[in-house]
Ligand binder design. Structure first.
Ligand SMILES: Cc1cc2nc3c(=O)[nH]c(=O)nc-3n(C[C@H](O)[C@H](O)[C@H](O)COP(=O)(O)OP(=O)(O)OC[C@H]3O[C@@H](n4cnc5c(N)ncnc54)[C@H](O)[C@@H]3O)c2cc1C
Length: 381
């Protein structure tokens, strides 16, 4: 860790008169920075990121452009009002459209291939509940997605995909997939193009509000001042603000080497959404399994466990690609920010301080909008 003091020149040229300082360069932090620059082009907006790249969830997710599977929505309806649930779905849907408008479908490799939910024989009751609600859900969704039938049964695709031990498939026409890395590279390029200054290797150790401004203390002992600070550190938020109701949730992910003739195409939710997989061109990406060790995975430390790795590999072998030889090419993990509620924490903690964290498992969908709302908080209070 470099602990050299900032020189007068460095302070003057890089860190003087900062209007808004954003902590975290994930999808939320970058969208907030872009939105601020669009409203206030002359503002000095800087983003501090502790990683060489944004290393949290935004560059490490599965790239599902999703807004809720049928079982997820059923589950949400059991603990929230219908109005709350459809409002959240609408927010996700609009967020996805916003992201696509901002960055363009080609640069982020958006593919409108739809998503599937898999049902095993032991999930008969849940599947039947989905059948009972399908028409109602489609009606409620038609004004959001513009699709007459967002959800429909597609058991006929089971043979094409070659799954084993799966009895039913429900297809979601509105779901898509993106190239996560390209989305973030585009977002960074857009932020820089708008005049946002992004500094990497800058880990914030503490934030301190004073009378007329706010001080940000870095791990390297630098101290910076700004008029407004926005905290966009998601699953790591409790490191700076332990009182926030957000917990880290690690997810482990694998990708196979290219599989010649791979038939699986689209995004897939398995076992109530605890596992997810998709094709990435002719590779398979599979992640999840937090349900196997909820307590152990409530961590903000990147890493792997043999319990989850073995389970994911076994799922590939026995259910997803039972007749297809594959080789795992790479593993990685990412850290989500979760809580009891599925909505982000978007609030002011003081006259100069706002937070926009707890994006849960659908940050691709709500990240752009959450960033824009964080910008509003910072500019308008
Ligand atoms: C494996 C995985 C799969 C997922 N799949 C999907 C999916 O398919 N679809 C979907 O919609 N969502 C998915 N998600 C969720 C989605 O990725 C997140 O909701 C979203 O990326 C959150 O964005 P963020 O900007 O809030 O947080 P992050 O991307 O985590 O950004 C926070 C940033 O803050 C930085 N930071 C933290 N502490 C400090 C500090 N003290 N100082 C400076 N910088 C700091 C971190 O390095 C990080 O770059 C997935 C998440 C994971 C982990």
């Amino acid at each position: 860790m470099m602990t050299v003091n900032l020189s007068f020149w460095e302070k003057e040229a890089f860190f003087k008169a900062v209007d808004v300082l954003i902590i975290g360069s994930g999808i939320v932090g970058l969208n907030a920075a872009i939105a601020i620059k669009e409203r206030k082009p002359r503002y000095k907006v800087i983003v501090l990121e502790r990683g060489v790249l944004p290393i949290g969830a935004s560059t490490r997710n599965a790239g599902f452009a999703c807004f809720g599977s049928m079982t997820e929505l059923l589950d949400d309806l059991s603990n929230q009002t219908a109005d709350q649930v459809w409002a959240l779905v609408e927010k996700r849907w609009r967020g996805l459209q916003r992201l696509r408008e901002r960055l363009g479908d080609d640069p982020i490799q958006y593919r409108p291939w739809g998503g599937y939910e898999l049902f095993r024989p032991e999930e008969k009751a849940t599947y039947e509940a989905c059948q009972d609600q399908m028409e109602h859900f489609n009606q409620a969704l038609s004004s959001i997605t513009g699709l007459a039938r967002t959800f429909h049964n597609r058991d006929e695709d089971l043979t094409t995909f070659g799954f084993s031990g799966v009895e039913h498939l429900i297809h979601n026409q509105g779901e898509g997939q993106i190239h996560t890395g390209k989305m973030m590279a585009q977002l960074l390029a857009l932020a820089r193009d708008r005049g946002v200054e992004v500094y990497n290797g800058m880990e914030v150790a503490a934030v301190e509000e004073g009378g007329s401004g706010i001080s940000v203390h870095l791990k390297n002992k630098w101290q910076l001042q700004a008029d407004q600070v926005v905290v966009a550190t998601n699953g790591f938020a409790a490191q700076l603000f332990p009182e926030l109701a957000v917990k880290p949730a690690r997810n482990q992910v694998l990708i196979t080497r290219p599989i010649p003739g791979l038939k699986i195409k689209g995004t897939f939710h398995y076992d109530r959404g605890f596992f997810y997989f998709r094709n990435v061109n002719d590779r398979l990406l599979l992640g999840g399994g937090r349900c196997l060790d909820i307590v152990g995975e409530e961590t903000d430390v990147f890493g792997f466990t043999s319990l989850i790795q073995n389970n994911l590999e076994e799922l590939l072998k026995s259910v997803i690609a039972p007749d297809t030889p594959f080789v795992v090419d790479q593993w990685w993990s990412g850290i989500m920010g979760v809580g009891q509620q599925k909505v982000p924490i978007l609030e002011r903690l003081g006259p100069h301080l706002s937070v926009a964290v707890r994006l849960g498992g659908m940050g691709v969908a709500i990240g752009a909008q959450t960033g824009e709302e964080a910008a509003k908080l910072a500019l308008d209070g």
